[in-house]
Design a protein around this ligand. Sequence first.
Ligand code: APR
Length: 320
Amino acid sequence: MARNKIALIGAGQIGGTLALLAGIKELGDVVLFDIMEGTPQGKSLDLAEAAPVEGFDARMTGANDYSAIKDADVIIVTAGVPRKPGMSRDDLLGINLKVMESVGAGIKQYAPEAFVICITNPLDAMVWALQKSCGLPTNKVVGMAGVLDSARFRYFLAEEFNVSVEDVTAFVLGGHGDDMVPSVRYSTVAGIPLPDLIKMGWTTQEKLDAIVKRTRGGGGEIVNLLKTGSAFYAPASSAISMAESYLRDKRRVLPVAAHLTGQYGVNDMYVGVPVVIGKNGVEKVVEITLDAAEKEMFAKSVASVKTLVDACKTINPAFA
Ligand code: APR
């Protein structure tokens, strides 16, 4: 049976980590694409040379021409410019919008059957622009944000409770911005919801509030520490879990930036919600009932995403 083909558009910090993880997990052969000459070739050769040591069989190639992504099964897009200290995800909008247009054209020409995962920020607006640019069905184009945001939430909660990260599930809704909605009600330790853990004396409301706040600022915390770029290990792991659910038809329920057509009262926008990812891409949007406070936070988050989408339409009226 032919191996799957995974094309990574952008061979930077996240792109390289994606390639390593895809190789180690033997998800398929990997093509790294970048506009920088030598970068994807050098990284893919370096990764191929790690394969004998790690014991994985995956062909690693680098390219500067879109024809290399031909017939890819999965495409993960990180092309663009990352945040620098003091820069918000939104500052990146103008630069990365143009990048999405060129990436979209490449995907449209060479890999119209692919499942596409966008990571480039500002995420919810970029995945929207990418879908419009490539013209693939909306169930085949998603954004990676919620898996990462909930992984950060899970890690902070596991630290607070001094338990394994494996036993903590967390739920984050809304846009991938500072007003995302980490849901305390739907997050659990071994199935026990966080509000019950407060009653059991495991933590306090104040501590949970601080963890929610830290989760919202999780990306910025890393940007401030690194100073020269943004997070890459956890974003890469998160996108790979989405790719794996598609390629292996696992039907995992994951929070992703998905195209909504009325669900949660949102129309023609990408916003973070739980979905089932299987062999057909997004197979179902899970609509949970939000309480009044969550509804208010979700609406605020959606409004921020809408501002960015509207800004895209102003920059390039062809998107309107
Ligand atoms: N086409 C293809 N690749 C491009 C293009 C383009 N038009 N423009 C830039 N690139 C490449 C750069 O050459 C670089 O190698 O995208 C890569 C981006 O890599 P990094 O700068 O290392 O950024 P990274 O940390 O991987 O983050 C990428 O993900 O989380 C988001 O905010 C982050 O938008 C950023 C993206």
